[in-house]
Design a protein around this ligand. Structure first.
Ligand code: ADP
Ligand code: MG
Length: 417
C-alpha cells in the first residue's frame, strides 16, 4: 500500500480545483462583467435610498450564476455594513429538489429566524404554506430594512408556484424586499405563469454558455492558483500568458475545447482539469499531459453513463440487456422484432411484466435518446417502411457491471461475464 504524504505533488492549493463553491469561490468573474453590471444596476436603487428590483437570472448550469449573484450580494452587503444608516439582510435558499413551495418557505423561515435571532433554529414542521408565509412576513418585518432574498435553482419548485407568486409581490410594512430568482432551466422560465414572470422577472439577466476561449481563461486562473510552478507572465491573467512547468501546453486548450463543445459548462471544465491532474499524480508523473486529459474524460463519461444506467427503470434495463445479448452474440444491429424475442425470454426468466412490442420499442428509443443505445434508421425493403436497428453505444462491460448491480437482473448478466 502506498504511504500518504510521499507524493511530490503538482498542487500548491488543491482546493482551488474543486468546482464546489463551498470549497473555493473565485473573487472575480471577468467573463461575466456585462451580466454582473446588469445585476448591479438592478440592485443600485438600494444605495440611492430606494427599493431593489426583482431579478430573474437564467442560463444553463455551470455558467457562474450562483457565484456571480453571491459576489454581487456580498459586495452590496459590504457597502451596507459600511453605511451606518443602512440595514441590509441577504437570505439565500437553494430550491434544488424542493418539489413544493412549502419546502422553500420552511427553509426561508429558518433563515429569516436565524438572521433575526442570530442563532441556529429548527425548520418549522407543522404549518401550511399560507401560515408559513405569514410567519415569514412577521420575521421579515421584525428584521426590517432592506431584504434581498436569493432563490437559487427555482426550477426545483415543480409542484406549485405559490412562493414564486407571493414573494415578489409581498408588501410588508417598513421593509423593502428584492427577490433574485435563478434558474438553470430555460424551459422552466418559458413556462412560468405570466404574472410571475412580470413580477419576478422585472429585470432578466441571461448567462449564455461560455465558449472555449472563455473557458481557457477561467481554467488558466484556477491553474495558476492551484498548481505549483504555474503563473501568469507580466501579471496578465489570460491563458496566453500562463506559464507552467506542470501542465504541458495543450492541457488547458484541450480541457476548454472538450467542455466547450459539450455544454460550455465551467464546472465540467474544472472537473476535467482536476481529474487529469489527479491521474497524473496517480501515475507518479510530475507533468500533466494531453493523454491524462483524454483518460480523465473517459473516466468521467463512464461514471456519468454508469450512473445513468443504474438509475434506469427495470423495463429499460431489460431492453438494454436485449441489445447487449445481440451485441455479444454478434447479431447486432438488430431491429425491434428480433430484440422483442429476447425481451420475452428475459422477462419470463425473471418473472417481470411482459409489455407489448410497441411499449418495448419506446423503451429502446428512450435508451437511444439517453445515448446508451444507437438507433440507426433503415429501410426494411421496398414499400415496407423504415425500422430502427439498435446497437450499443457504450462499453458492454459497463452495461454488465451496472445492470448486474440490480439483484433482479444479475441472473441474466452473470451469463455474459
Ligand atoms: P451555475 O450556478 O451557473 O450552475 P456556478 O456559479 O456554480 O454555476 O459555477 C460553476 C463553477 O464554475 C464554480 O466552481 C465557479 O467557481 C466556476 N466558474 C463559473 N464561472 C466562472 C468564471 N467566469 N471564472 C471563474 N470561475 C468560474
Ligand atoms: Mg447554480
Amino acid at each position: 500500500m502506498e504511504p500518504f504524504g510521499a507524493e511530490q505533488g503538482i498542487y500548491k492549493d488543491v482546493d482551488v480545483l474543486d468546482p464546489e463553491p463551498d470549497t473555493y469561490k473565485p473573487t472575480e468573474l471577468p467573463e461575466r462583467e456585462d451580466e454582473l453590471s446588469r445585476i448591479h444596476s438592478a440592485l443600485r436603487p438600494i444605495t440611492l435610498g430606494g427599493s431593489p428590483r426583482n431579478i430573474l437570472v437564467y442560463g444553463p448550469t455551470g455558467q457562474g450564476k450562483t457565484v456571480g449573484v453571491d459576489l454581487k450580494t456580498e459586495q452590496l452587503q459590504q457597502w451596507a455594513d459600511s453605511e451606518s444608516d443602512v440595514s441590509l439582510t441577504v437570505l439565500r435558499v437553494s430550491c434544488k429538489g424542493a418539489g413544493k413551495s412549502w419546502n422553500v418557505l420552511a427553509a426561508l423561515v429558518k433563515q429569516a429566524r436565524e438572521a433575526r435571532y442570530g442563532k441556529t433554529v429548527e425548520k418549522p414542521r407543522g404549518p401550511t404554506k399560507v401560515e408559513l408565509f405569514e410567519m415569514l412576513s412577521d420575521d421579515l418585518q421584525a428584521i426590517g430594512g432592506m431584504i434581498i432574498i436569493v432563490l437559487d435553482e427555482i426550477d426545483g419548485i415543480q409542484e406549485d408556484d405559490y412562493v414564486l407568486y407571493e414573494l415578489p409581490r409581498a408588501s410588508i410594512d417598513s421593509v423593502s424586499i428584492g427577490v433574485i430568482g435563478i434558474t438553470n432551466d430555460y424551459q422552466f422560465h418559458e413556462n412560468l405563469d405570466a404574472d410571475i414572470r412580470s413580477s419576478l422577472g422585472s429585470r432578466e439577466v441571461v448567462f449564455s454558455p461560455y465558449d472555449a476561449d472563455q473557458l481557457r481563461d477561467i481554467l488558466a486562473r484556477r491553474a495558476a492558483r492551484a498548481l505549483r510552478d504555474t503563473y501568469f507572465e507580466d501579471e496578465i491573467k489570460d491563458s496566453e500568458h500562463l506559464q507552467s512547468d506542470v501542465l504541458s501546453g495543450d492541457v488547458i486548450p484541450l480541457c476548454a475545447a472538450l467542455a466547450g463543445q459539450d455544454t460550455g459548462d465551467a464546472r465540467q471544465a474544472i472537473h476535467l482539469l482536476s481529474t487529469a491532474c489527479d491521474l497524473a499524480l496517480d501515475d507518479g508523473s510530475d507533468i500533466v499531459t494531453e493523454s491524462h486529459v483524454r483518460k480523465a474524460r473517459e473516466e468521467i463519461q463512464e461514471e456519468t453513463i454508469g450512473k445513468g444506467i443504474r438509475g434506469e427503470t427495470i423495463q429499460r434495463k431489460i431492453a438494454l440487456l436485449t441489445v447487449l445479448e445481440s451485441e455479444l452474440s454478434g447479431d447486432a444491429p438488430e431491429g425491434t422484432t428480433q430484440l422483442y424475442r429476447r425481451y420475452k425470454r428475459f422477462t419470463k426468466q425473471i418473472g417481470a411484466d411482459t409489455y407489448q412490442q410497441g411499449t418495448f420499442r419506446e423503451k429502446l428509443n428512450d435508451l437511444a435518446h439517453g445515448n446508451i443505445l444507437e438507433g440507426d434508421r433503415r429501410g426494411r425493403g421496398r414499400g415496407r417502411g423504415m425500422t430502427n436497428m439498435y446497437s450499443l453505444s457504450v462499453d458492454p462491460d459497463l452495461v454488465i457491471d451496472k445492470v448486474g448491480d440490480d439483484n433482479r437482473l444479475s441472473q441474466i448478466t452473470e451469463r455474459f461475464e
